[in-house]
Design a protein around this ligand. Structure first.
Ligand SMILES: [Zn+2]
Length: 116
């Protein structure tokens, strides 16, 4: 794979895994939201929650598990995909789906909450 593309994908993954973005733990810290809880399941919303636990992404996670036998720990992912480039795109696709939809869903939830 082209090195430039590879380093871009790594950058996106690192951004996802280190937290800034639409995680409750982050948006709460910068006072963008009133809670650090997941808008879907009311657990603490951080990268680990989203990546491994949240039922919102169960379907996407199931598809990922079919492609890679084990989903690595978030702290190991960068090493994992460098070791095996064929897994890079698979994990990247999973992460991108979440990154695209998560902020939209949070905004939708906020609108709903404001109605009540
Ligand atoms: Zn959740």
């Amino acid at each position: 794979m082209l090195n430039l593309l590879k380093s871009r994908l790594q950058l996106v993954l690192e951004t996802f895994l280190t937290g800034p973005g639409s995680y409750g733990t982050f948006t709460y810290r910068i006072k963008k939201t009133e809670t650090n809880k997941c808008s879907r399941c009311d657990k603490e919303d951080d990268p680990d929650h989203v990546f491994y636990v949240c039922p919102r992404w169960a379907e996407e996670r199931r598809a990922l598990k079919e492609m890679v036998t084990t989903i690595p720990e978030t702290t190991d992912i960068i090493a994992y995909i460098i070791e095996d480039e064929s897994k890079l795109k698979t994990i990247f696709d999973y992460v991108v789906q979440i990154m695209r939809r998560k902020p939209e869903e949070r905004r939708w939830r906020e609108k709903e909450d404001n109605k009540h």
